[in-house]
Design a protein around this ligand. Structure first.
Ligand code: X8Z
Ligand code: ZN
Length: 612
């Protein structure tokens, strides 16, 4: 700059009034406006999302992406504006809202408008690809002689996976592998889009003051991000020994069934042999690993079919559990607006979810319900979300969230822990109660295949994303790292050796293309037992934890309600304390619950070389 000019500029600067320091009152006014603005934007956004998810077309996708873009633009700007209040002594409510604002999106956008548009469109395309995913091959020529295609979607391919232990029509090793491989080929084309999503959202995260998106996600737990990561490791190390015992036992049984050439007595389990597309929950292999044959049947699916349950009746059953605790019935609009079954002739996002579309008790679930035990549990899971919404919808919108996201995922599941054999028998969903220790071990095995098998999967998904977002793992190693973590945490491996980088296997799991953080589900598996233990105490239960059911207990319901009503208005340790008296997440409840099974597994595994 010219010397004289710079002197002039310096004088002008000295004379300009200094920017006024922000005041606590301004911060209060800021969050008041923020609440009103966000409410308006979020209602528009979730309306567009609902329409898109229940009717995937180019138009609804574009429409939803446009709304997301508006929200992104607003949140990016508001987060920057809120910087003015940093360091001020604020009232707790204002302080909390400003904290939650920065965490309010899983997909922060850069302020550059073109990049923001690209990010919103990329995210929409990725989720759309998952919802539309199909595996097609040439079919028989049609009557007119023209070529046809035979396509199978996730529901159809998953159905094959569940037939691993079917009595009438068991799927063979090769059939299972074919279904698994077919689904895992559908996500190939997501790879370049995902790369863009990582790079653009990382740019956004930087503008939010985080080094990368993984760290921003880890900042949402009322503690420094590094400490949160340590917490997840601590919890995982508490439960890993039990997982290892289960893995060892199941591997032994699968080895017997499929032969040692397919499932070795040591080493990982092939990923397609656990009755689930992602090997995340293993309940479908129960008949293959049943500890004691000849006990009373635990096959709820058969009974649901025999009793002619339809989707509506299944959801009513879920609702009745919540009302038995003293909660309100679901609003009539729930029954009018929810999607229970896959509508014919159009693509929808079948992955189950729960909604309060207008943040005003406008509760819904969106599912493609099958009449089986898995969806009986999922219905309770989704209603858990809806009942959280129902208890906090009068709060400011930023407080209309779980105390942390793991809490939200844990509510419905905590209640399903009270779906005991006694409860099922009262509904005539099983004929007889397990009689003795053997019956108990059978029940616990079934529960563990659901709850314990999930833990390493829940822990590894975001480890992969954290490593991707931080740049530790480059795009050329996406698949390699995915399978390294699958091996490390779960002890599973793809059949037929390494999967090449032609595939994008992470994309075959909904939450990756949909960009839903996953650590919440790991936390939830642990928290739900902690919640269950506390509610059982409130209900006056004294015996072992696995014998407790809080069904119909209003005292337990009142305690739960009190926590739900807090939403995210307080740091999560306060909410945890309100229900459990503890301020730390703690895996001792899940370990207590499964103590009988763990002792039994240790006995069974004697002489085996466990681990992989
Ligand atoms: O995504 C879900 C719910 C919707 S929040 C159906 N879950 C995870 C999954 O399916 O992978 C519930 C269990 C874990
Ligand atoms: Zn959920």
């Amino acid at each position: 700059m010219h010397a004289l000019l710079s002197v002039v500029a310096a004088i002008a600067l000295a004379q300009a009034p200094a920017p006024k320091p922000a005041t606590p009152d301004e911060a209060k006014a800021f969050v008041k406006k923020l609440d009103a603005d966000l409410r308006k934007l979020w209602v528009r956004q979730s309306t567009a999302e609902w329409v898109k998810s229940t009717y995937i077309t180019d138009d609804t996708e574009r429409n939803a992406a446009a709304m997301n873009e508006d929200v992104m633009a607003y949140v990016t700007q508001a987060t920057k504006d809120a910087q003015r209040f940093k360091g001020l002594k604020l009232d707790p409510e204002t302080e909390r809202m400003l904290y939650l604002l920065r965490m309010s999106t899983a997909l922060p956008a850069p302020s550059d408008a073109a990049k923001r548009t690209e990010l919103a469109n990329t995210a929409a395309k990725l989720e759309g690809l998952y919802g539309k995913g199909k595996s097609c091959k040439p079919g028989k020529p049609g009557k007119d002689g023209k070529a046809t295609e035979e396509c199978r979607d996730l529901q159809q391919l998953s159905k094959v996976m569940t037939r691993i232990s079917d009595k009438k029509q068991p799927a063979s090793y090769d059939e299972l592998l074919e279904a698994w491989s077919s689904w895992h080929a559908t996500s190939k084309e997501m790879r370049p889009l995902y790369e863009r999503l990582v790079s653009l959202s990382n740019e956004g995260a930087k503008e939010f003051g985080a080094p990368d998106l993984g760290e921003l996600w880890r900042s949402a737990y009322d503690m420094p991000p590094a400490e949160f990561e340590k917490e997840t490791d601590r919890l995982w190390s508490q439960v890993k020994p039990l997982y290892d015992d289960l893995h060892c036992y199941v591997r032994g049984k699968l080895s017997k069934k499929f032969g040692a050439d397919k499932v070795g007595a040591t080493g990982p389990i092939p990923a397609h042999l656990l009755g689930n597309m992602w090997a995340q929950e293993w309940a479908n292999v129960y008949p293959l690993v049943e500890p004691y044959a000849g006990q009373s049947s635990l096959d709820v699916t058969k009974k649901l079919e025999a009793q002619k349950y339809d989707p509506q009746k299944l959801v009513r059953l879920g609702e009745s559990f919540f009302t038995s605790l003293g909660m309100d019935p679901l609003p009539s609009t729930f029954w009018e607006r929810s999607q229970f079954v896959k509508p014919p002739g159009r693509d929808v996002v079948c992955h189950a979810s729960a909604w309060d579309v207008t943040f005003a008790n406008d509760l819904r679930i969106k599912m493609c319900i099958k009449i089986d035990e898995e969806d009986l549990i999922t219905v309770h899971h989704e209603l858990g979300h809806d009942y959280y919404f129902q208890n906090y919808y009068t709060k400011p919108v930023l407080f209309q969230q779980g105390a942390n996201d793991g809490f939200h995922e844990a509510i419905g599941d905590a209640l399903t822990l009270s779906i005991t054999p006694e409860y099922l028998k009262s509904l005539k969903l099983i004929d007889a109660l397990p009689r003795d220790e053997k019956g108990l071990i059978n029940v616990q095995m079934k529960d563990a295949l659901e709850k314990i098998a999930f833990l390493p999967f829940g822990r590894m998904i975001d480890q992969w994303r954290w490593d991707v977002f931080s740049g530790k793992v480059k795009p050329g190693e996406y698949n390699k790292h995915w399978w390294e973590l699958r091996l490390k945490y779960q002890g599973i491996a793809p059949a037929g050796g390494a999967r090449s980088e032609d595939f994008f296997d992470p994309g075959a799991k909904y939450h990756i293309p949909a960009n839903v953080p996953y650590m919440r589900y790991f936390l939830a598996r642990i928290l739900q037992f902690q919640f269950h233990r506390a509610m059982c105490q409130a209900a006056g239960h004294t015996g072992p934890l696995h014998t407790c059911s809080i069904y119909g207990n209003k005292a337990a319901g009142a305690k739960l309600k009190a926590m739900l009503a807090m939403g995210a208005s307080k740091p999560w340790p306060d909410a945890l304390e309100a229900l459990t008296g503890q301020r730390q997440m703690d895996a001792t409840a899940i370990l207590d619950y499964f103590a009988p099974l763990q002792a039994w597994l240790k006995e069974q595994n004697k002489g085996q070389q466990c681990g992989w």
